[in-house]
Design a protein around this ligand. Structure first.
Ligand code: ATP
Ligand code: MG
Length: 387
C-alpha cells in the first residue's frame, strides 16, 4: 500500500511541503493555461475547509494534457476501454477522453476519506501534475472524485516492470541484460531523487509493479503526495502485507522510531533490482508476519550472488540491502555508483529502448498471467549463470 492509498483510507492530518496552487474553479475554456499562483496564497493546511468557503466541485476536475490543452472534465467525459490491471486497492482502466481523443490510464481507488481530505488530495495532485519535468515519472493529467472514489488520470504505459520481468524470465526463459538493468535502476533512482529533492516526497512503495514500462521509457508511479505522515500508524497497518519493507520498518523493537527515511526506499529498490536481475523474489513465501520478521530482521543479510552479473551490479544491490539503514547510502551517493554511471550515456538509452520495444511487442501478444516466483534456488542460479 502506498501513501496515496493511506491518505484515502485513513484521513490523516496532512502537511504539505509543496507550494500550493491557486484554489479556484477550474477553467471553463479548454485552451487557456491556468496561472500557477504559488506565492500569494496561504498553505493548504491553513485554508478554510467548509464547503461554503470553498466551492470546488470534487466531481469536476481539470485535465491538463499539455500546457496548451487543458479541459474541465467529469467522469462522463471518459469512455471506458477496458481494465489494464488490478491492485489491492482498486483498478486501473484504459479510458478515452472523448473531447480530445486522448487515451489514458485511470486509476480508481476506493476511498473513505472526508471531503476536506479529498479537496486536499486533488490540490496536491494538481501541483505534482504541473511541476513534473522528470522524464522518469509518469505524467498525471488530472483527478476527481466520483461517488467517493478517487479517479486519477495519468499517461497510459505499455506494462509494468513486474509483468515485464516475469515474461522475460518465465515465459521467454531469458535474462534481462545487465545494461538494461542498469538503465532501469538509473531511471528509478533519478525519479526517486527528483520527488525527494523537489517535492519532499518519500515514495514508500517501491516495487516492480510501481515502475512502468513503455517502448522507450521507464517511469515511476504511485508515490505518495504528502510530505509528512504519522509513521507509526502506517507501520501497524502495513507490516505483514508488504514484502518490500526493510528490517527497520518491520522490527517491533524499532517501532517507536520517528520518521520514514529515504533509505527505507533504498532497501525496497535493492529488492526490486534483485528481483528483476534474477526473476525471483529473494525470500521464501512467508506464512505470517512472524515468518517475515524472522527472515528479514533476524536472518542473515541477503546477498545477490549470481556469476552472470558483474561485481558492480552485485555491489550496488548488496549496498542497498544493508540491514543497517545507517550504512545504506542515499540517492546522491547511489547515483555516483559505477553500476548506474555506466548507464548514463545516450547510447545506453537507445539500446535499452530497442530492448524494451522488442519485449513489449512480445508481451502485447501474451495472454498468460504470471505468478510471483519466490527465492532463488541454488540450482536455478547455476542454470541462469550458464545462459
Ligand atoms: P498494489 O495495489 O499492491 O500496490 P499494484 O501496484 O499492482 O499493486 P495498482 O497500482 O492498482 O496495483 O496497479 C495495477 C496494475 O495496473 C499494475 O500492476 C500495472 O500493471 C497497471 N498499471 C498501473 N498504472 C498504469 C499505467 N499508468 N499504465 C499502464 N499500466 C498501469
Ligand atoms: Mg501500483
Amino acid at each position: 500500500m502506498n501513501l496515496l492509498y493511506f491518505i484515502l483510507v485513513n484521513k490523516p492530518p496532512l502537511k504539505l511541503n509543496l507550494k500550493p496552487l491557486n484554489f479556484e474553479e477550474p477553467t471553463k475554456t479548454n485552451t487557456e493555461k491556468q496561472p500557477f499562483a504559488s506565492k500569494d496564497i496561504n498553505p493548504i493546511s491553513s485554508r478554510p475547509t467548509s464547503s461554503t468557503s470553498n466551492h470546488r466541485d470534487l466531481s469536476t476536475g481539470q485535465l491538463h494534457l499539455s500546457d496548451a490543452k487543458i479541459y474541465k472534465f467529469t467522469s462522463n467525459d471518459l469512455i471506458d476501454r477496458g481494465i489494464v490491471g488490478e491492485g489491492n486497492f482498486g483498478i486501473v482502466c484504459k479510458m478515452e477522453h472523448e473531447k480530445s481523443g486522448t487515451i489514458m490510464a485511470v486509476k480508481r481507488i476506493r476511498s473513505t476519506v472526508d471531503e476536506r481530505c479529498q479537496k486536499q488530495m486533488l490540490n496536491e495532485l494538481d501541483i505534482v501534475m504541473r511541476e513534473n519535468t522528470c522524464p522518469h515519472i509518469v505524467k498525471f493529467f488530472g483527478a476527481l472524485f466520483k461517488e467517493g472514489d478517487c479517479w486519477i488520470c495519468m499517461e497510459l504505459m505499455d506494462t509494468s516492470l513486474d509483468r515485464f520481468y516475469k515474461f522475460v524470465y518465465h515465459k521467454l526463459h531469458q535474462c534481462i541484460p545487465e545494461s538494461v538493468l542498469a538503465y532501469i535502476t538509473l531511471a528509478t533512482l533519478e525519479a526517486l531523487d527528483y520527488i525527494k529533492s523537489l517535492w519532499q516526497i518519500i515514495h514508500r512503495d517501491v516495487k516492480p509493479s510501481n515502475i512502468l514500462v513503455s517502448r522507450s521509457a521507464i517511469k515511476l508511479c504511485d508515490f505518495g503526495i504528502s510530505g509528512q505522515l504519522i509513521d507509526s500508524i502506517a507501520k501497524t497497518r502495513d507490516a505483514g502485507c508488504r514484502p518490500y519493507l526493510p528490517p527497520e520498518r518491520i522490527d517491533p523493537l524499532r517501532a517507536t522510531r520517528d520518521g520514514y527515511d529515504v533509505r527505507s526506499d533504498v532497501w525496497s529498490l535493492g529488492i526490486t533490482i534483485y528481483e528483476i536481475s534474477t526473476g525471483y523474489f529473494p525470500f521464501r513465501e512467508w506464512t505470517s508476519v512472524f515468518d517475515q520478521l524472522q527472515q528479514i530482521v533476524e536472518g542473515p543479510p541477503l546477498r545477490l550472488n549470481v556469476d552472470r552479473l558483474s561485481n558492480n551490479c552485485k555491489d550496488f544491490v548488496n549496498t542497498c540491502l544493508n540491514k543497517d539503514e545507517n550504512q545504506r547510502p542515499k540517492y546522491k551517493t547511489l547515483l555516483e555508483h559505477q553500476f548506474v554511471r555506466k548507464a548514463t550515456t545516450s547510447q545506453q538509452a537507445e539500446n535499452t529502448a530497442a530492448y524494451l520495444s522488442e519485449i513489449v511487442d512480445g508481451l502485447s501478444e501474451n495472454t498468460d498471467t504470471f505468478e510471483l516466483y519466490y527465492y532463488l534456488p541454488s540450482d536455478t542460479a547455476a542454470s541462469f549463470n550458464s545462459r
